[in-house]
Design a protein around this ligand. Structure first.
Ligand code: ANZ
Ligand code: ZN
Length: 817
């Protein structure tokens, strides 16, 4: 029969839907696997990156179902966010209509790819029910002091008209639209993620086995813990007077107390309060003030590039030496790290060195390399070494001196040991419409009060006007006016909405609820206990710090709020590689995309899935290749056609291995080898490409023999190996000839690997002449006899004077004459 992908695929997709084939079981005595792929943003249509992501997770889900696990493989949509509003501005669509139309379309695409998602747990994070539960959590977090409101200098995207978290600023630009960000002073809500910095860092150890090293390193760097010394630098009398006696000192943080004797100037961030004071009190010229403003507006990245500074004309006393050093502003000093001020040691720090060279400041070396010399005039020596010019610490090595110098500061009460983190609190408010409203109310009398839980959800109004200017919730005529939950007086709702990363921080928990409790609970305790943690989480490396860190943070917060009792949500993480075409990332902006729908229509979903899993191991880049797609299609067609060699059966054929021909034995061996590989692949390596290659080899081996039992057994096993990859055609074959569900061929038949004969080379006087096939356990006499017979035409009556047998390898016959 002709292979008709359309017909077969529709048939099975309907069958799975009607039979609720992929709904998890509520039998919690069964072993479980929770397989999750990062849920998509409903941008409109699936792209190949999605197809790859879900083909991988689907392979896991189907494999474990075959192995009799109870499998949860859910899907949802991360459906709040700016693109819905941007589309509204561009096309006049309503964000809600746009979003849900896209969801419907993409859901169809999912099911036309045969992905085995649970349909009964589908969700969209913009659903009011989801908002309701989330707002409840937000209130609990506020009550625990984990959410606070504060004024601060924020990253503002002028294009999207909203605040961005530090994590969402990439090279000084908005992560979504690439517009350069500017700084804006405004009120913002923050999650206190810094309170969990140490735990987020320490618990990375628990993930060492299951997560890629690269992701762990990225999280570690993001948290950026460093230990050092913090101390105050005091102004000299003249400087104090210049500052109208308003400041005595400022504090600095250093990770290199061993370099303290080399301090030759100090530098403040342009945003430092002393600088602000000097600006406000006209202690600086207009020209200097405008230079400072320019520094403030530059992105953090640009501020690290070309060094720029201003001498403030004030001095502080060195903490250990009888001398003073100048105070500068330096663009590379950032206000949101440490105390926004540094002690500068140009001899031992590159940035300080460049700055000192540029402004002709002193360079005082205090550390020598342990061996050899360093030329301090041409570069900074940044390694550890031996101290000199350092008073009582001379001759000590850096490490020991750090400890001693910190101790000296502590003993003399002039400084203390401190730890700093690069990680900042997570700013979560956005001045946009299409997000979950922050459930707070501003009351003139009571201040900031929380909405009552029974009034949740605070849903979005639908009658809004989206123009791109300002926040539509702010401009809505009635929505924000409400009564105060505390005093009942007139009050105003918070019009900021939440960062969409809040929704993706707990969606994996939401799937741990079912029809029974879906409406009443965010997740059921019983199901959480059973399903969490996620056994395999599949998604892009671009989420290494944002989503994956926030989700870990939420899990820990939820644990501390008593909602759950584990520390980490994702046991194993697989980060899939990018999909490339013509060597570049496949993307709309590059115009090199391949539309999944077109591939499904032309070749079928099975071909798309097979190509994707065969072309590269999942963690590596995958280069799109039209002829390889064609090749995948041909393989499936052949796989379908050759099924005609099978004899329909209910049970696996009983095969007497020893009676088979060489080709038949070889075919069986290849089939079982493929099975062995499949088990290895799913249990540890995830290189689906090698598993598929094994199946292809087995197909070739089956093809050169004609034993119907060997074909039948082979197909049964190969179809089950391939079902996670090409589920439609595998199900079709199985329905006709056997029942895949009746059999999980986990058992490897050892007998097929036992070699019962070996091939040995026959040489005469050391020269290779022919080969013989002998039983593995043949004795020397019969081997020699076989060799003589095979080599008869070279021996030709000559006298054999020596017979050498190297077991299982060769026979050498030495002859005379
Ligand atoms: C003196 C010194 C000497 C430093 C030396 C380094 C090397 P990490 O390791 O990343 O934590 N620093 C402190 N606060 C800063 C800020 N707000 N903006 C820019 N730089 C700042 O870096 C800590 C080091 O970065 C600190 O140690 C300080 O320079 C600088 F040979 O102090 B160091
Ligand atoms: Zn009130």
């Amino acid at each position: 029969m002709e292979y008709n992908s359309q017909q077969i695929e529709k048939k099975w997709q309907n069958f799975w839907k009607e039979n609720r084939s992929f709904e998890p079981d509520n039998d919690f005595s069964k072993e479980k696997k929770y397989i999750l792929s990062m849920f998509p943003f409903p941008s409109g249509r699936l792209h190949m990156g999605h197809v790859r992501n879900y083909s991988i997770s689907d392979a896991f889900a189907r494999y474990y179902r075959q192995q009799n696990f109870n499998v949860l493989h859910p899907i949802g949509f991360d459906s709040f966010g700016m693109p819905a509003e941007n589309a509204a501005i561009k096309n006049g669509s309503h964000p809600k209509g746009w979003t849900y139309d896209n969801i419907d379309y993409m859901k169809n695409e999912f099911y036309s790819l045969g992905f085995s998602f649970s349909r009964e747990r589908e969700l969209a994070t913009s659903d009011e029910l989801y908002t309701k539960f989330e707002q409840g959590f937000i209130i609990d977090m506020f009550n625990k002091g984990l959410l606070y409101r504060e004024k601060g200098l924020l990253n503002w995207c002028p294009h999207d008209q909203t605040v961005l978290a530090n994590e969402q600023v990439v090279d000084g630009c908005c992560w979504r639209c690439d517009t350069p960000i500017v700084k804006k002073d405004m009120n913002q809500y923050y999650f206190k993620i810094t309170q969990y910095a140490d735990e987020l860092l320490d618990d990375l150890k628990k993930l060492e086995e299951g997560w890629p090293k690269q992701v762990l390193t990225m999280q570690e760097n993001w948290i950026g813990k460093s230990n050092g010394l913090e101390f105050d630098l005091y102004f000299d009398d003249d400087s104090k007077a210049k500052l109208n006696n308003t400041f005595e000192s400022f504090d600095v943080f250093t990770t290199r107390p061993d370099t303290i004797y080399g301090v030759s100037y100090t530098a403040l961030a342009p945003e430092h309060k002393i600088v602000t004071y000097m600006i406000e009190n006209k202690l600086l010229s207009d020209k200097v003030i405008s230079e400072i403003e320019a520094m403030k507006n530059a992105s953090n990245i640009d501020r690290q590039k070309e060094k720029a500074g201003i001498d403030l004309g004030i001095r502080v006393k060195h903490p250990l030496l009888d001398k003073s050093v100048p105070v500068w502003i330096a663009n590379f000093v950032l206000m949101d790290y440490g105390s926004g001020a540094v002690m500068a040691v140009p001899a031992h720090d590159e940035r300080d060195f460049d700055f000192a060279k540029k402004y002709d400041l002193e360079i005082n070396a205090v550390i020598n390399p342990k061996e050899g010399n360093h030329d301090f005039a041409s570069s900074a020596y940044t390694e550890r070494g031996i101290l000199f010019n350092s008073g009582e610490f001379d001759g000590m090595d850096s490490k020991k001196s750090q400890y001693n110098i910190i101790k000296y500061f502590e003993d003399n009460k002039i400084g203390k040991k401190t730890t700093n983190y690069k990680l900042k609190d997570w700013g979560v408010s956005r001045q946009r419409y299409w997000g979950a409203p922050i459930p707070f109310v501003h009351c003139d009398k009571c201040g900031l009060v929380m909405e009552k839980k029974e009034n949740l959800p605070i849903a979005l109004p639908e009658d809004i006007e989206i123009t791109g200017e300002g926040n539509p919730l702010e401009k809505h005529p009635t929505w924000k006016h409400c009564s105060c939950p505390e005093c009942g007086g007139e009050a105003v709702r918070e019009t900021d909405t939440m960062d969409t990363f809040v929704e993706s921080s707990w969606y994996f928990l939401r799937f741990c609820a079912d029809a029974k409790n879906w409406e009443t609970e965010a997740f059921s305790q019983e199901q959480l206990k059973y399903w969490m943690g996620v056994d395999h989480y599949v998604g892009g490396i671009e989420h290494a710090v944002l989503h994956l860190l926030y989700a870990r943070f939420f899990t820990k917060v939820f644990r501390d709020l008593g909602y759950l009792d584990f520390d980490e949500p994702f046991d194993r993480l697989l980060t899939q590689g990018m999909v490339l075409k013509d060597g570049a990332k496949m993307s709309k902006s590059k115009g090199n995309t391949v539309d999944p729908d077109a591939i499904i229509e032309k070749y079928g979903a099975d071909t798309a899935r097979l190509f994707i899993l065969f072309a590269a191991p999942p963690t590596q880049e995958l280069e799109w290749n039209d002829s390889a797609v064609e090749g995948a299609y041909k393989f499936i067609k052949r796989f379908y056609d050759r099924a005609s060699n099978i004899v329909a059966t209910d049970t696996l054929p009983d095969i007497e291995h020893s009676t088979l021909s060489k080709e038949e034995k070889f075919a069986r061996k290849k089939v079982y080898e493929a099975l062995q590989r499949a088990n290895d692949v799913f249990n540890e390596r995830y290189t689906f490409n090698t598993m598929i290659a094994g199946v292809m080899e087995a197909m070739n081996a089956l093809n050169v023999q004609s034993n119907a039992d060997v074909w039948t057994e082979g197909y049964w096993i190969l179809s089950s190996i391939m079902e996670p990859v090409i589920p439609h055609v595998a199900s079709e074959i199985s329905e006709k000839y056997f029942n895949l569900n009746n059999f999980a061929p986990q058992n490897i038949l050892d007998e097929v690997f036992v070699e019962d004969s070996v091939t040995m080379a026959v040489s005469i006087n050391g020269k290779a002449r022919t080969e013989i096939e002998v039983a593995v356990d043949a004795d020397k006499e019969s081997i020699v006899a076989a060799a003589k017979e095979a080599g008869a035409k070279w021996l030709d009556g000559k006298e054999i004077i020596k017979e050498i047998v190297v077991p299982k390898k060769l026979v050498n016959l030495v002859v005379k004459g």
